[in-house]
Design a protein around this ligand. Structure first.
Ligand code: GLC
Length: 552
């Protein structure tokens, strides 16, 4: 068993996307008081940490990932006093709060950028500027189109790896790094418990900004991720800031495998854990708009590789504010919605690492039936579709309707479904994004009242994990790697072992699991307990079972 214990290894994190969580003042946008109103609900899940998506001052082109003032709260979300109240209320419930740290880029409204474009007081070097008419290289933005924009005032072009209102900071500037660290320390002094660090392995760009491989969906990705000084800068950051606190850190890292990830999260690395994307890529090959069929064997292989090969601590997530709803993606959001949502939850809570639950996941919320581009808000979805229309790749939205339904980030961002009243109890006003039409059936109030709901099952999973250390620190051992519908593994510690068997399919399947002696207790299942014992295991559609094994 892992000898290095830490509170954040044993924690369960709940992610709140404030714009869509709860609206307290009827303007159709969620806010901090809305979050405070719902904290008892969050605490009732048994989670330990809340990760709050960005609530800072921002023009909101990318829902707060475009920050114009790091030390102020965006007006629609409330005030600094509201935020202080939130922190106090979170702590009063024995939970912790981690904040989103977005320092690869700022909004072009940020004072630093304003000064930079005017070449004032040494601020030019804060961003990445190049002279000339043509883009300096072929890099594209993650939201489509060139990664370069011309600025008339500066008479130069600046790099933006996301929207053109999100200018990349120049981390090679010591002044930038110092200002960022000072801001981070200011937040740590407010009493926060850590950071989720946005696209953090993109901060170091290679000298000369060389062209990227044009065949990549995101051109330049191999250049601007894991750059030459990424680990050094982040280590410097850790030392200058959170290393002095009992804080947890999780960095969002694009384009990492267990080997490259270890540089960031091994014992010497600058962060506690990271979010990688490898398991989020099994149903498309980089081409977001042309999804492909996915195979369970691929998903198993990726997750298993991270369980066994990473030198460091894993973070476990199946969805977040940038991903589709997991039950629609890897489960069945029709007939077996409930069973498959529970099965995916079982997976999340029985692997080694820190599990992250995204708001609504605990209800089995589903993707939204988008039918036109006008309904969408997400820059990425709109940008990608518009770029594809412009380049002649597609004629219009109709050509990619299914891809958008399957993949748009807005699937995760539709309002949280609290009850069956108007707008699912999210707001008294007009919600900023439509509420999923299934809210009358899928909502917190209905789930609370139903003992068989996904919600109650999630609570049981949180408790199960708390009771069985082997699920947190144990070693993962995959059984039947090539089975196309059953995912079975043992979690093993010196004196304890647990068997997890998941039938990721809508047909009944029988398997024989060698070395998994099921004489121990059934710890958890999403069906009524089965009566079978013996070496053969018959799993009903989307059935999940967790057994205590007698001996490892
Ligand atoms: C991250 C965020 C995403 C945002 C992007 C740019 O991927 O999770 O929501 O759009 O970075 O900041």
């Amino acid at each position: 068993m892992d000898e290095q214990r830490a509170w954040w290894k044993e924690a369960v994190v709940y992610q709140i996307y404030p714009k869509s969580f709860a609206d307290s003042d009827g303007d159709g946008l969620g806010d901090l008081q809305g979050v405070i109103d719902r904290l008892d609900y969050v605490a009732s899940l048994g989670v330990d940490v809340i990760w709050l998506n960005p609530v800072y001052e921002s023009p909101q082109h990318d829902n707060g990932y475009d920050i114009s003032d790091y030390r102020a709260i965006h007006e629609a979300y409330g005030t600094m006093e509201d935020w202080e109240e939130l922190l106090e209320e979170v702590h009063a419930r024995d939970m912790k709060l981690i904040m989103d740290l977005v320092v690869n880029h700022t909004s072009t409204d940020h004072e630093w950028f304003q000064r930079s474009r005017r070449d004032e007081d040494g601020y030019r070097e804060y961003y990445i500027w190049r002279e000339g008419e043509e883009p300096p290289n072929n890099w594209t933005s993650g939201f489509g189109g060139s990664a370069w924009a011309s600025d008339d005032e500066a008479g130069a072009q600046y790099l933006h790896l996301f929207d053109e209102t999100q200018a990349d900071l120049n981390w090679d500037s010591e002044a930038v790094r110092e200002d960022v660290y000072e801001m981070m320390n200011w937040w740590l002094e407010q009493g926060i418990d850590g950071f989720r660090m946005d696209v953090i392995n993109m901060v170091s760009k290679p000298e000369g900004l060389p062209d990227g491989d044009p065949d990549n969906d995101w051109v330049g990705i191999e250049q601007f991720t894991n750059g030459p000084d990424a680990v050094e800068y982040l280590s410097e950051m850790a030392e200058a800031t959170y290393d002095d606190y009992d804080a947890m850190t999780v960095g969002e890292c694009v384009n990492v495998d267990p080997e490259t990830a270890s540089d960031y999260v091994s014992a010497e690395g600058p962060m506690d854990m990271l979010f990688h994307f490898e398991h989020m890529s099994v149903d498309h090959d980089g081409q977001w708009l042309s999804p492909s069929e996915w195979d369970l064997t691929d998903l198993k292989a990726v997750v298993s590789k991270w369980q066994t090969d990473l030198d460091g601590w894993n973070s476990l997530y199946l969805t977040n504010h940038d991903q589709p709803r997991i039950v629609s993606r890897f489960g069945d959001d029709g007939e077996y919605r409930r069973e498959s949502a529970k099965l995916l939850g079982t997976l999340l809570f029985t692997l080694s690492g820190t599990p992250y639950v995204y708001q609504g996941q605990e209800l089995g919320m589903t993707n939204y039936p988008w039918s036109s581009l006008d309904e969408l808000d997400d820059l990425q979805s709109i940008g990608k579709v518009e770029a594809a229309i412009e380049s002649g790749e597609i004629d219009g939205f109709e050509d990619v309707e299914q891809a958008v339904r399957d993949k748009s980030r807005d699937n995760a961002r539709t309002p949280m479904q609290w009850d069956d009243s108007d707008h699912a109890g999210f707001t008294d006003g007009e919600p900023w994004l439509p509420v999923n039409p299934n809210y009358e059936d899928i909502n917190v109030a209905a789930a609370e009242a139903d003992p068989d709901s996904v919600l109650h099952y999630y609570r049981d999973l949180v408790a199960l994990r708390g009771d069985h250390e082997v699920l947190v620190y144990g070693a993962y051992n995959l059984l039947l790697p090539d089975h196309e519908s059953v995912w079975a593994y043992r979690m093993e510690a010196e004196d304890d072992a647990v068997l997890v068997a998941l039938n990721v399919d809508d047909t009944e399947t029988t398997v024989t699991l060698d070395g998994a002696d099921r004489t121990g207790a059934l710890l958890c299942s999403n069906y009524d307990p089965p009566s079978d014992t013996g070496p053969a295991l018959t799993l009903r559609p989307y059935e999940a079972r967790v057994y205590q094994l007698e001996e490892a």
